[in-house]
Design a protein around this ligand. Structure first.
Ligand code: CTP
Length: 421
């Protein structure tokens, strides 16, 4: 059944172009009229006949074809959605600059449809300040960036830069289209984090006891992921260090999956080197087993009572504060079971003074409170331990309030205003 939608899939010249065939196919199978606009370089990686057979439409490449029907603007004007997959570093730079030296550039400039970009490149190119700035520019203009994923790249290298899987791109693109249609100007958050690199840890670390068991905690990662989503919507470049999340991460952020506290510490240290704002929302295991058994612990060997010998894990937050780069704002979280408000705030005050971070998000947790729910109730303490914000609501609305307080006047404004390096 036809959706009546016209989707333009732009394909640029990267090896991931072969995966774009499945993006085209998925859109066609969903009933869309799909038109492929490929660069010359893209057609070196994937054949025109393949794309024409799968899209069921001619593939357009040449700016000087179909001049009589003004094709260089007609395709863009007819599009309900434009998806660029893969988007190379070069094509991202061209789109950010608004260049129109080929049919794809003209199509994008002539369109008011939502634009979705799935970058694919080597990690060094993705991390290059030029690409980082171009991506920030595009995000600020409302372009949806899907991925890149982290994994094996074309050579023997691996890291961030791998094009997201076709299903993820298609889902994100359709979500962007739905959001575009539902959009009202009031629902678009201000891009007040544009160009900032926000680093967030989320979820709960796990410490293995043996190959099948671990010590863990009940954190689902929902509040951390909501912070990532909110920061992204406000224009930030977002890195999420994810420890066993129970929720999906929004497309457009860079996700580093970790398991143990030591792994989380390494990932946070690496990413903090370029972050402007660091938020430690993860529930971090304070102890790990002194020794991890190489085989499963067996009852007939261990007997009726088992004692675990645990060793202290590093304090990740305190380490980040110690190594903080100039201008970096660091935010901690504290989940406390203390029911008395005054006593709980005092625990928070002691904690922020001990950790030395700029803000501490304090919430009450219990058997039925705080975990795996869509809502949260928090207080934010400043460096002196004074309450600067109280917020309750969905985890996404709370996330926006937390970001407001980070950008607010309660901390040294010069820190937040320090330039991104
Ligand atoms: N945290 C951390 N490294 C740890 C423990 C905690 O970075 N080993 C971080 C958490 O991510 C959170 C903040 O420190 O942002 C406070 O965590 P919490 O568990 O409340 O504090 P602890 O220092 O572990 O103190 P407590 O004895 O109350 O558990």
């Amino acid at each position: 059944m036809s959706t009546g939608r016209t989707i333009v899939v732009g394909i640029t010249g990267g090896i991931a172009a072969y995966k774009a065939v499945n993006v085209v196919r998925a859109f066609v199978l969903l009933g869309n009229d799909v038109h492929v606009v490929a660069t010359e370089a893209a057609l070196r990686f994937v054949g025109r006949p393949t794309l024409e057979a799968i899209s069921r439409n001619p593939v357009h490449t040449d700016l000087y074809e179909g001049v009589a029907e003004v094709r260089h603007v007609a395709i863009g004007q007819s599009a309900d959605l434009i998806v660029i997959a893969p988007a190379t570093a070069n094509s991202i730079a061209k789109i950010a600059l608004g260049l129109a030296d080929d049919l794809l550039g003209n199509t994008i400039l002539a369109s008011t449809a939502p634009l979705v970009i799935a970058p694919a490149m080597h990690t060094e190119m993705w991390n290059n300040p030029a690409t980082v700035a171009n991506i920030a520019t595009l995000r600020q203009r409302g372009v949806t960036i899907v991925g890149p994923g982290i994994g094996r790249l074309t050579g023997s290298d691996s890291g961030p830069g791998r094009m997201e899987e076709p299903e993820t791109i298609v889902d994100a693109a359709l979500a962007a289209l739905a959001a575009h249609r539902a959009d009202t100007p009031a629902s678009v958050p201000a891009p007040d984090l544009s160009g900032r690199h926000v680093l967030i840890s989320a979820g709960g670390t796990r410490e293995p006891l043996d190959p099948v068991r671990f010590l863990g905690n009940r954190s689902s990662g929902r509040q951390g992921v909501a912070l990532a989503e909110a920061a992204l919507a406000r224009g930030a470049v977002v890195t999420l260090v994810a420890a066993h999340l129970e929720v999906a991460t929004p497309p457009g952020i860079s996700v580093h999956s970790v398991s143990t506290t030591v792994q989380l510490q390494q990932a946070m240290r690496d990413a903090a080197a370029s972050a402007d704002i660091v938020i430690m929302a993860a529930a971090v295991a304070d102890y790990r087993p002194t020794a991890v058994q190489s085989g499963k612990i067996k009852k007939d060997v261990a007997g009726d009572r088992v004692t675990l010998d645990l060793v202290r894990n590093p304090d990740v937050l305190a380490g980040l504060v110690q190594d903080r780069r100039p201008g970096q704002v660091i935010v901690g979280f504290a989940a406390e079971t203390e029911p008395d408000d005054t006593a709980r705030r005092e625990l928070g005050r002691t904690k922020i003074l001990r950790k030395g971070c700029d803000l501490l998000v304090l919430n009450r947790v219990g058997w039925t409170q705080g975990f795996a729910t869509e809502r949260n109730e928090i207080e934010v303490l400043d460096g002196a331990g004074d309450i600067v914000l109280e917020a309750a609501g969905t985890k996404l609305s709370v996330a926006h309030r937390i970001l407001d307080s980070i950008l607010g006047t309660t901390i040294d404004a010069a820190r937040v205003d320090a330039p991104v390096s």
